[in-house]
Design a binder for this molecule. Structure first.
Ligand code: NAP
Length: 248
């Protein structure tokens, strides 16, 4: 009988994990996506899309689909689904592991201001910068909607919806971005501050290197805390080991 693993996804690591699990004999993998991105790209294994209806809905789904193990490979800032996964694992008694890439660490020459929330980041403007590269994700723009006297440049895969800041330039683009991309963007738009969530990972870290090279300050929004007592692995290999599969 095959072992059924549910991967709560929406990240590069979740995609890599699904591919690694789909390649294993005796494993059925289902990836779950929130459905916020209209063209999420191909995923190996089964895919389901849309919310479960909170932790109770997720627990029902886990029982109905005879899931054997749950992997929360969602984005570090997707705190709602991460809390639901922990609650549903407790309710069903299923093993849960959180795949969480490490956060970014400042290096020599970095001028980072760490804050606890998007709202706290908005509070630092316009004192810290007047031409801001805002990379907090299209759903994070609302926290900056009241900020006047600041020109924002926002890059996103899907067009953002209001509310958003009054003076904003929208650039459609999908990562990863190179250091040369980011230096060119910061220079072209004469930006003097970068605002980002601590997403971690390499796909979007070049903006930090670019800020360092140009001597620009960065406002870094810290991650929300994880639920208590969850098991965390930093990469796909760690999750495969936790599942008892080791490396192929
Ligand atoms: P969230 O605030 O934690 O979740 C809100 C609700 O969306 C959840 O309660 C759940 O609805 C549904 N949901 C979220 N992720 C889901 C998933 N993988 N499968 C099924 N339902 C899901 O989430 P979010 O911050 O909006 O992120 C949504 C998705 O985008 C996640 O998959 C995440 O990995 C990805 N993502 C988020 C960010 C970010 O910065 N937040 C960045 C990149 C990618 P129900 O309660 O109805 O089940």
């Amino acid at each position: 009988m095959s072992r059924h693993v549910l991967v709560l996804g929406g990240t590069t690591e979740a995609r890599e994990l699904a591919a690694a699990l789909a390649a294993r004999p005796g494993v059925r993998v289902t990836s779950s996506l929130a459905g916020h991105v209209s063209r999420p790209g191909a995923l190996e294994g089964d895919v389901r899309i849309g919310g479960f209806g909170g932790a109770p809905g997720l627990a029902d789904w886990l029982r109905e689909q005879a899931v054997d193990a749950l992997v929360d490979a969602t984005h570090p800032f997707a705190a709602g689904i991460t809390a639901n996964a922990a609650d549903a694992a407790t309710a069903t008694g299923l093993p849960l592991v959180v795949l969480r890439r490490p956060g970014w660490l400042p290096g020599a020459g970095d001028r980072w201001h760490a804050v606890a929330s998007l709202e706290a980041a908005a509070d630092l403007l316009p004192g810290l910068g007047r031409r801001v590269f805002l990379t907090t994700g299209r759903l994070g723009l609302a926290a900056f909607a009241h900020v006047e006297g600041v020109h924002f440049v926002v890059r996103s895969v899907e067009p953002p919806a209001p509310p958003m800041p009054p003076d904003v330039r929208l650039l459609p683009a999908r990562g990863p971005f190179t250091l040369a991309d980011e230096l060119a963007l910061l220079r072209e738009h004469r930006l003097d501050l970068v605002v980002t969530k601590d997403s971690g990972g390499v796909a979007t870290s070049a903006k930090l290197a670019a800020a360092r090279e140009l001597g620009l300050p960065v406002v870094l929004v810290r991650r929300p805390p994880l639920p208590a007592d969850v098991t965390v692995e930093a990469d796909v290999a760690g999750v495969l080991r936790w599942l008892g599969f080791g490396l192929p």
